[in-house]
Design a binder for this molecule. Structure first.
Ligand code: V47
Length: 381
């Protein structure tokens, strides 16, 4: 037991000497370099990384951990891309593939809908036949039916694909989606910007610079977005560092990224199923380094569906300040072997966050606190 006179050192224990200079920069709130990032990825000193990331996290957000009450909607899993990393996308002729009608999308959105839901997260495959107009109708119909719900819809990859199909520019496509009712964009599809790795894991997707350019354009027309990195497959510390530095550079220009979500590769049912799953050590390291490198992105999310609720809790002490939301119906990670629940109740999220010693704050997509009366959320849970 710790006695009251126990001498608690104010200095963190940094065992890896290579991290000492990095710690000094973090303490002085100085920007870390690409080389610092590679050094951190090569270090096994997870407690030192966690200590530094937590320092930054608490500077920005104190004890607060954010969550939201959201619902995922995936209108189709038909996808022309056939990415090796993905277990969700199916060929159009696959008997297991599905495509919802507009009415089905609007109906699914309403399942579990109550005033409680503040966000629909809408993403799907690259469908060879559904047009930009169809998606604009889908969005306008959602807005009409669920006026108060924020529509976070279409990854940069989907936007670029719709633009190509409609034979118009990315900017015009984004403008059309925005006028239909899209409020912001999720962070998916960034994967890893390294061309070498991208050629293997997602060779038919837009390349890294196109992803960044689409994000830049979205931000320029007033649509905020999230951003992601996919780790735990064929990438190196250099690839991960390059990815984070590129996201940070776009953020310096636009300020349009709200939240960064590190995504752990789930190999089951993918063409890369021979690869091992990520370890808890790798997951925490990625969260910590993301927090430390992305000094200009306000929030780091530990997506509980992908990390497991237990790891998402620990991540709240390793740099993360968000845990995502109720989700309601998750397909992408469950098709790739995730064994977590597909949805959580509001009260489960509150418990997870409190157990991690943090203060839960329900937010909307723009991180404004949501205040509720008891009756407003009992309908959903
Ligand atoms: O775009 C696909 C990735 C993304 C696999 O913006 C895979 O708030 C791991 O982007 N293993 C979808 N990852 C998820 C996503 C997301 C999730 C939660 C919140 C937000 C947000 C965004 O998942 C895809 C792709 O990058 N992905 N397959 C897989 N087998």
């Amino acid at each position: 037991m710790i006695s009251p006179t126990h001498n608690i050192s104010k200095q963190p224990v940094i065992e890896d000497r290579r991290l000492k200079a990095i710690y000094e920069k973090v303490e002085a709130a100085e920007r870390l370099s690409y080389d610092d990032s590679v050094t951190m990825y090569r270090s096994g000193d997870i407690l030192a990384l966690g200590y530094m990331a937590n320092l930054v996290r608490e500077r920005k957000h104190g004890d607060t951990t954010y969550f939201n009450v959201n619902r995922h909607i995936n209108p189709t899993d038909v996808c022309v891309a056939s990415c090796r990393l993905c277990a969700f996308g199916k060929k159009a002729k696959d008997p297991k593939a599905y495509t919802m009608s507009l009415e089905q999308v609007w109906e699914v959105a309403g399942k579990g809908y109550a005033e409680a839901v503040t966000e629909f997260h809408v993403v799907g495959g690259l469908h060879p036949e559904l047009s930009l107009d169809w998606f604009c109708q889908m969005i306008a119909g959602l807005k009409e039916r669920y006026a108060g719900v924020h529509l976070k819809a279409f990854t940069m990859v989907e936007v670029a694909f719709l633009a190509k199909r409609a034979k118009i520019s990315i900017r015009e496509t984004l403008e059309k989606l925005k006028s239909a009712g899209v409020d912001s964009l999720p962070g998916g599809g960034a994967e890893i910007f390294s061309e070498r790795v991208r050629r293997i894991i997602c060779d038919h997707k837009i390349d890294g610079s196109e992803w960044l350019e689409t994000a830049r354009t979205a931000h320029q027309i007033g649509l905020k977005s999230n951003c992601t990195v996919l780790y735990g497959h064929l990438e190196t510390p250099e690839d991960l560092s390059d990815h984070l530095v590129k996201l940070r550079a776009v953020q310096d220009e636009t300020g349009g990224f709200v939240t960064h979500i590190p995504l752990a590769f789930h190999p089951d049912n993918t063409a890369l199923s021979h690869l091992p799953k990520t370890s808890g050590f790798e997951d925490l390291k990625q969260i910590a380094i993301s927090r430390l490198m992305l000094d200009n992105i306000p929030h780091i999310k530990a997506y509980w569906i992908m990390l497991t609720p237990g790891m998402a809790q620990i991540a709240q002490r390793f740099g993360a300040n968000d845990i995502d939301g109720t989700v309601v119906e998750e397909k992408i990670y469950h098709d790739a072997g995730a064994t977590t629940a597909q949805h959580f109740r509001r009260k489960d999220l509150l418990r997870l966050i409190r157990e991690a010693g943090r203060e839960p704050v329900e937010r909307d997509t723009a991180y404004r606190p949501v205040t509720r009366t008891e009756s407003a959320f009992t309908v959903l849970v």
